[in-house]
Design a protein around this ligand. Structure first.
Ligand code: 13P
Ligand code: SF4
Length: 311
């Protein structure tokens, strides 16, 4: 329709005027993905944010991702379409709670590894950050003599322990979307497509991961689906990934993993962003990510360590 075309044109025009770059996560709606300069997983987006020479970064994802872009770009303007685009993992580990926990357990001398799905405050309290795409590599490089505290995702943490054999103490957080997939819901779709392979995100529970042929970050799912020796692939992650995958791997039949209640799983936070809100945040340059400089500077250290260690 003409109105949608006008909106897209207006966004591209504003983008030029502002010298802005549009970064979008794999879970964004198809119309936002199609308009973005770069679409990827948290790791790819962190690298892109670090290397951009645009004046304005428009981050279509959730708040902690936009915040990550600001941490490595203190002089740039970072805006996001909806400031309420949160994340249940971020909420499961409030900065003051982690601060108190570390104080109470100071004797343990924890090496703290934070999954990137957390606030800048939590990042500022840890030694290194990881994403689902590099978690195994980052944990393998942790000092052998120190106990590890892994925050906030207990499912990702458990998967990394299985992969590396390294014991870690796990913060008990979870992603409300990925824990909706159950052994029964995935077994049922497997029974429907007996020759299908299953790829799942490591935020899924162990019961679901055990049914998967591959467990990996959203970006790595693309290579898996391309190379997998199967025509049918069940994709157990948030629904936006299917749009990206269908574009990149059109020759395969990609089947969204169902939950017990729905045929696929949406992240309500990721889906708060719309083309209209994307247009408005470019026009008004708000909502803008603003961070206290002391927190930003302290959060940048473990973030840069991650980028270095995952090369
Ligand atoms: P990826 O880093 O694999 O894209 O995952 C981000 C996320 O929010 C998963 O729920
Ligand atoms: Fe957070 Fe889960 Fe949404 Fe990813 S899918 S942004 S982990 S709530």
């Amino acid at each position: 329709p003409a109105a949608a075309l006008d909106l897209k044109e207006a966004i591209l025009q504003l983008k030029k005027e502002r010298n802005a770059v549009i970064l979008a996560h794999n879970y964004q709606t198809g119309d936002i993905q199609d308009l973005a300069d770069y679409v990827g997983d948290s790791l790819g987006l962190a690298y892109k944010a670090k290397e951009t020479d645009a004046d304005v970064i428009v981050f279509c994802g959730v708040h902690f991702m936009a915040e990550t872009a600001k941490i490595v770009n203190p002089t740039k303007t970072v805006v996001l379409p909806d400031k309420d685009a949160g994340c249940s993992l971020e909420q499961s580990c409030p900065g003051p709670e982690l601060e108190a926990f570390l104080k109470d357990n100071a004797g343990k001398n924890y090496y703290v590894i934070a999954y990137i799905n957390c606030s800048a405050h939590v990042k500022s309290l840890c030694d290194v950050i990881c994403t689902s795409g590099n978690a195994v590599r980052i944990v393998e490089q942790a000092p052998a003599e120190r106990p590890i505290l892994f925050v906030p995702d207990a499912n990702l943490g458990a998967w990394v322990m299985e992969q590396t054999g390294r014991k870690m103490d796990l913060w008990q957080g979870s992603c409300y979307v990925h824990v909706e997939f159950t052994r029964d819901s995935i077994q049922r779709i497997k029974d429907e497509y007996p020759d299908a392979l299953v790829v799942a995100h490591p935020e899924c529970t162990q019961a679901v991961r055990l049914l998967a042929d591959e467990v990996c970050s959203t970006e790595k799912m693309i290579a898996f689906c391309k190379e997998a020796p199967a025509d049918n692939i069940i994709v157990v992650t948030e629904s936006g990934m299917l749009h990206r995958l269908q574009k990149e791997v059109p020759e395969k039949n990609l089947i969204p993993g169902p939950t017990d209640r729905c045929a696929c799983a949406d992240c309500k936070y990721m889906k708060l962003n719309t083309l209209e809100k994307l247009h408005d945040c470019l026009a008004k340059l708000e909502p803008e990510v603003v961070l206290p400089e002391d927190i930003r500077a302290r959060a940048e250290v473990p973030l840069l360590r991650m980028l270095e260690q995952s090369q």
